[in-house]
Write a protein that binds this ligand. Structure first.
Ligand SMILES: Cc1cc2nc3c(=O)[nH]c(=O)nc-3n(C[C@H](O)[C@H](O)[C@H](O)COP(=O)(O)OP(=O)(O)OC[C@H]3O[C@@H](n4cnc5c(N)ncnc54)[C@H](O)[C@@H]3O)c2cc1C
Length: 390
């Protein structure tokens, strides 16, 4: 017998991890409550590039093993969700690109790694002859090989809205002050949870420490200073492959609310402390564009930079991201990091398994959470950035 304020699970943090898990479990009949202390869409999620990785980038970088393999199962889960056949309904989400390019200057990638990558992830990779290159790349002055990758790029604001829509009545705000003592907030409001999940990214560790749950919990933060450029001359979804195992730049294209095209640039260009001078990322982005697309005129462009700390469970391998999502357990409290947006379904699987292992069945009830307030939606970084000629 459940009391009116008993939830099967209370999830803190409405980034992709919280939103996907909340929708997934709610679809299965679990009575789930999702609480957000700031904006729905998260910090990292709304700032992500929206690439649903299949492991190709990692395979080409020689990281074929576990990461490339575990991630390669994900695109199908997302594709099913986009086609209304999945565990959550993403049919309202916008696909920014159906595929991406790997742009490889001559001599930058040995034939062996091309062959191995193709063998591992074969049918989704295809080198394209120069005559078949997109017109803009043909005219960009790029020299080298272009590999077509069958990987989608999603518009994250639309993913967020689509995921929250069916269950928005159980997505609520927790005031920032209360978010520091989240369990007290539940008690104060008479909310009982059979299981609690924190998907609060960088805040997970602090919460775990407050609750004495940090034993065995190891985390890492990989900071980024992402560069943004507008107006972008054409839609580009590409990794500029360099001589190391990470792309020199990863460029995705987005449209701001005034209809202006934005190039959002990550990869090595952005890998620097959030306290580094923002101009460093802009300089690196310009250098990458000048080197890979020398024929493209960006002299009139405006630039902006957004600092963001990626937060993950600790990698066991050399500063790269972990191979899978991380889930830390302490009694009936869980702490989760998806590691990548792409891995959100896998994190949700792990949470479901925890519920099942604790014999928590879906209660098939929905509570009235209207005594709690609603949280606003997050905006992607290019909307609030300070733009300037640089
Ligand atoms: C610049 C960038 C680009 C990326 N690009 C990609 C990509 O293209 N593809 C990909 O697969 N991955 C990408 N990633 C990684 C991916 O974005 C993250 O792994 C993923 O979004 C993390 O989701 P999350 O829900 O754990 O965290 P977040 O999205 O950060 O959400 C955490 C939420 O918890 C809330 N919160 C914090 N404390 C509390 C509290 N006490 N109570 C309630 N709520 C709280 C926060 O306000 C926030 O809304 C990228 C990451 C970055 C930074």
């Amino acid at each position: 017998m459940t009391t009116p304020r008993q939830a099967d699970i209370v999830i803190f943090g409405a980034g992709i991890a919280g939103l996907w898990t909340h929708a997934y479990l709610s679809n299965l009949g679990y009575n789930a409550l999702l609480l957000e202390s700031d904006k729905i869409g998260g910090v990292q999620s709304i700032a992500s590039q929206g690439i649903i990785h299949s492991g190709l980038k990692f395979a080409f970088a020689g990281k074929i093993s576990k990461l490339a393999k575990s991630i390669s199962a994900m695109p199908e889960r997302w594709r099913d969700a986009l086609n209304e056949k999945g565990e959550v309904d993403l049919s309202g989400a916008v696909i920014n690109a159906q595929s991406q390019l790997l742009m490889i200057p001559p001599g930058f990638l040995g034939d062996i790694s091309k062959t191995v990558a193709k063998k591992t992830l074969g049918k989704n990779v295809r080198e394209i002859a120069q005559s078949e290159w997109p017109e803009e790349i043909k005219n960009s002055g790029f020299k080298g090989s272009v590999i077509f990758m069958d990987e989608r790029v999603l518009d994250i604001p639309s993913v967020v809205q689509t995921l929250m829509q069916p269950y928005k009545d159980s997505i609520k705000a927790i005031p920032k002050n209360d978010a520091k003592t989240p369990l007290d907030f539940l008690e104060k409001n008479g909310i009982e949870a059979k299981k609690i999940l924190f998907t609060t990214a960088g805040e997970n560790l602090g919460i775990a420490a407050t609750l004495n749950h940090e034993k065995g919990l190891e985390t890492q933060s990989r900071p980024l200073l992402m560069a943004m450029m507008k107006p972008a001359p054409f839609p580009l979804f590409a990794h500029f492959v360099g001589k190391t195992d990470k792309p020199v730049a990863t460029v995705t294209t987005h449209t701001d609310q005034n209809g202006k095209r934005v190039w959002y640039i990550g990869g090595l260009v952005a890998e620097r402390p959030v306290t580094a001078p923002p101009e460093d990322s802009i300089k690196a982005a310009k250098k990458a564009l000048a080197s890979y697309l020398p024929g493209v005129d960006i002299s009139e462009a405006q630039w902006a930079v957004i600092p963001i700390a990626r937060s993950e469970g600790k990698s066991k391998t050399d500063g790269w991201m972990p191979d899978t999502p991380t889930l830390h357990r302490a009694g009936n409290v869980l702490y989760g990091w998806p590691t990548k947006l792409t891995f959100a379904p896998m994190l949700a699987d792990a949470v479901l398994k925890e519920l099942q292992n604790s014999n928590i069945e879906p209660s098939n009830t929905r509570n009235d959470w209207s005594f709690l307030t609603s949280a606003p939606l997050a905006q992607p970084p290019w909307e609030n950035a300070t733009w300037k000629r640089s």
